[in-house]
Design a binder for this molecule. Sequence first.
Ligand code: HEC
Length: 102
Amino acid sequence: MHSLLFLLFMASTAQASEVGQVHPDQLENLVRQDCGACHGMTRKGGLGPDIRAQTLSGRDPSDLAEVIKNGIPKTAMPPWGPLLSDAEINWIAQYLLKEPPK
Ligand code: HEC
């Protein structure tokens, strides 16, 4: 049987960047650069408000995910739902709450 080959094949396809899959490195970059364009590279605020972990502390991650997914109408905060999967958005919401900005 070629089950080992099959497993290797599956493992290598899983590495490829697929829409909807969570790739922490890519999401970290996205937060730094895309969110950072408005919220600052260290998230301490700019055009958008301060979204550092210390500031958001105590907030419900699912509320934050909702804001990230749908944006805030009539403000500059864009909806990320068209670009990111729910899994990615949830990852970002958790990340904002935990990870001190680098
Ligand atoms: C084009 C500018 C812009 C970009 C890009 C942007 N934001 Fe925002 N964001 C804003 C603005 C402006 C607000 C505040 C809107 C308001 O309520 O007046 C906001 C609000 C928020 C809030 C709510 C903060 C709170 O205290 O309730 C969160 C969370 C947030 N953004 C996360 C993100 C994340 C995560 C990204 C990247 C995926 C991102 N934003 C990208 C402009 C932006």
